[in-house]
Design a protein around this ligand. Structure first.
Ligand SMILES: Cc1cc2nc3c(=O)[nH]c(=O)nc-3n(C[C@H](O)[C@H](O)[C@H](O)COP(=O)(O)OP(=O)(O)OC[C@H]3O[C@@H](n4cnc5c(N)ncnc54)[C@H](O)[C@@H]3O)c2cc1C
Length: 263
């Protein structure tokens, strides 16, 4: 089984920033990613608040960060982490403190960084039933073009729903708007759900303490309730969930992990 100083779960901006800092400190790093490199921002056509870039697409920004991480020698595998176990064996060495099980492999490491971000909140069972066989999408920029000239409906009342509506208004023949739990109008041919996001922390299964919404409870430096397990980015308890704060978490947690490993 391969051993690493640190395994990072998630290659969004938080995980990749942590990997950059840890590689610069000469730690061996494995990043595990179950979806797309770059995480949730990859679907954003424009980011306007990343310092130093007037306008850049989410994908372009994440590609730059990925190349920097790659260039520094962080390893990456496209696997989903299903379980993390503490190894309590008395004769284990330090890099066998944790066992990380993915859909394909097992790895051991001395410290873990959870940087799994959030995913779109799913529609209620009632709304899924009312959609019937009509497709349900959670990303207008990804799937909107499939419904050119057709009537669609956006579900949700927050800023994301408004953004999805504006985007679809240039493509669809008509954009209906309903709130969470209202029935899907019969005229719509596709459903775009924008009813908030939830942390992807179910797989942690009691390893660390979560708050009532499923975010990992953490100190400012990224420490969690379990020694050796750290957290960064949108999946942690915090006030502002944005690119710069996720990158900041990644840098902070890397420094914390580095001191933890050196001790
Ligand atoms: C449409 C949209 C537009 C946005 N626009 C802006 C903007 O303009 N400016 C701004 O500052 N912020 C914006 N944000 C918010 C910003 O994208 C997030 O704050 C930031 O991307 C969070 O980064 P992260 O690394 O914490 O998580 P994420 O980007 O969610 O990355 C987490 C990664 O972990 C992976 N993962 C999850 N579970 C597992 C597992 N079990 N095993 C392996 N991998 C796993 C996921 O596949 C994902 O790639 C936007 C978000 C969206 C959705």
């Amino acid at each position: 089984m391969k051993k690493y100083d640190v395994v990072i779960v998630g290659a969004g901006i938080a995980g990749m920033t942590a990997a950059i800092y840890l590689r610069r400190a000469e730690k061996s790093v494995l990043v595990l990613e179950s979806g797309v490199i770059g995480g949730q921002i990859v679907s954003a056509l424009e980011v306007g608040n990343w310092p130093g870039e007037m306008r850049i697409s989410g994908k372009e920004l994440m590609d730059k960060i990925y190349h920097q991480m790659n260039n520094l020698g962080a390893e990456i595998e496209y696997e989903e982490v299903l379980k993390i176990e503490k190894n309590t064996g008395v004769d284990r060495d330090f890099l066998e403190r944790f066992l990380v099980k993915t859909d394909e492999n097992k790895y051991s490491c001395g410290a873990i960084i959870i940087a799994v971000g959030t995913e779109p909140r799913k529609l209620s069972e009632k709304q899924v039933l009312s959609a019937g066989s009509r497709p349900i999408s959670y990303c207008a920029t990804c799937d909107g073009a499939l419904y050119k000239g057709k009537p669609v409906v956006v579900v949700g009342s927050g800023n994301t729903a408004k953004h999805e509506m504006r985007y679809l208004e240039n493509i669809a023949s008509k954009v209906y708007h309903i709130h969470h739990d209202e029935p899907i109008p019969e005229e719509a041919e596709a459903v775009f759900a924008a009813i908030g996001r939830v942390p992807k922390t179910q797989f942690l299964n009691g390893l660390v303490e979560l708050d009532s919404c499923g975010y990992v409870k953490a100190e400012e430096d990224g420490r969690t309730s379990c020694s050796g397990v750290f957290v960064a980015g949108d999946c942690r308890t915090k006030k502002v969930r944005q690119l710069v704060t996720a990158a900041g978490d990644g840098a902070t947690v890397a420094e914390t992990v580095n001191s933890f490993l050196d001790k």
